[in-house]
Design a protein around this ligand. Structure first.
Ligand code: 4GM
Length: 244
């Protein structure tokens, strides 16, 4: 997978994507990313990329010319036309399913806005999909693009160490994760649940399933709506929730 991020602040992508898991994944050739400066494509004298909104109002709007030229130039680096994604509070809210589906793309262009908005003709003519990382506004789309890239690359085989992590982690089975513990078994008098030290794998799996169900029911009950729970599990959950 190749990702091009189009931004007015390409320098902010360096530290994160050369560190840790994303850095290693790039070194291993599992994906590649570049940050391209939209300002380099501004043809006006002072390389402006924004202007006042027609119709008046607060703030500035990103001009179409630098963005069109930047997208068109970057597309030339791809054998097949990549999807163009605009990071925007008006977009489809990112979740596990969307991240996994976008991770299947061979190429992606992530467009980051700044100021108060983007000229609508960019969105109408260049953008295939608008994605939001949640219901809040950021000063720019850069952090949203980093969140999307991080969530996507975890689905590329080999990026995250053990292939079992996907099977076990939150959202893969529609439930929140069960509590995890590591050594020591007694930390300042707080003990690890004894079942985890028992070596009884069936009992451990059953305990983890129960803990996942309980945490999900308490914190995110809507996630259980589409879940295939056994009648026994439903009865057990109802019993537990009575005493909350
Ligand atoms: C569009 C219009 C994404 C984009 C105005 C980008 C929040 C998200 C921006 C803008 C963003 C999000 C850039 N803020 N929720 N800001 O994914 O400021």
């Amino acid at each position: 997978m190749k990702i091009s991020v189009l931004t007015l602040f390409p320098e902010v992508f360096g530290p994160y994507f050369s560190a840790s898991v994303p850095g290693r994944a790039q070194e291993n050739g599992l994906f590649s990313m570049e940050a391209v400066n939209i300002r380099d494509f501004a043809t006006n004298k002072h390389h402006h990329t924004d202007d006042a909104p027609f119709g008046g109002g607060a703030g500035m709007v990103m001009m179409p010319q630098p963005v069109f030229d930047c997208v068109e130039a970057v597309k030339k680096g791809y054998a097949r036309p990549p999807k163009v994604v605009f990071m925007s509070p008006c977009g489809r809210v990112l979740d596990h399913t969307l991240a996994r589906s976008l991770s299947q793309e061979e190429g992606l262009i992530l467009l980051c806005g700044h100021y108060e908005g983007m000229d609508q003709r960019v969105i109408d003519r260049l953008v295939d999909l608008e994605v939001s990382i949640g219901d809040y506004v950021l000063t720019g789309g850069e952090l949203a693009a980093m969140v999307l890239i991080d969530a996507m690359i975890r689905f590329i085989p080999g990026v995250v160490g053990n292939s079992d992590v996907h099977v076990e982690e939150s959202f893969e089975n529609g439930l929140l994760e069960y509590p995890q513990y590591t050594r020591p078994a007694d930390f300042r008098g707080d003990l690890v649940p004894s079942v985890l030290l028992s070596g009884n794998h069936a009992a451990i799996a059953a305990w983890r399933r129960q803990q996942s169900l309980l945490t999900t029911a308490r914190r995110r009950p809507e996630l259980l709506e589409g879940e295939a729970l056994t009648p026994k599990e439903r009865a057990w959950l109802a019993e537990q929730l009575k005493t909350d």
